[in-house]
Design a protein. Structure first.
Length: 123
């Protein structure tokens, strides 16, 4: 059941993202990125800033880590010492949890630009 709590939105969207990553970990859409992550970003934390309308004004912060082919929550409500790696809108989170099958069936729709930038990948 969807709620508007930022924590609930984020956790539910992360669960859908994890399901999509697990279901498609061997696909051409995700395998190169996930392989690179396991080699280059193992045990690295990523700051996440959630915003309503303006990315410059986040309403909540999380820290996540990629473990295997899934993201795990490291902490909630702890802004990173530096700029967050990923700034994501509540609108995107709502869309992910309202349409999980869309994102599981089409993992290229997941917002992984931030992760690809971190890896230095263009696609």
């Amino acid at each position: 059941m969807a709620t508007d709590s930022t924590y609930d939105l984020f956790i539910q969207a992360m669960n859908v993202t994890n399901a999509a990553m697990e279901a498609n970990s061997e696909s051409i859409a995700l395998n190169p990125m996930l392989t690179a992550c396991s080699q280059e970003l193992a045990n690295e934390d990523f700051g996440v800033a959630i915003y309503d309308n303006d990315p410059a004004n986040p309403v909540d912060h999380f820290t996540i880590r990629l473990k295997g082919v899934s993201f795990v929550l490291v902490s909630h409500d702890s802004p990173a010492d530096t700029d967050p790696t990923w700034k994501v809108s509540k609108m995107y989170l709502r869309d992910v949890i309202s349409n999980p099958r869309k994102y599981i069936d089409h993992p290229s729709l997941l917002a992984f630009d931030w992760l690809r930038r971190r890896l230095g990948q263009t696609a």
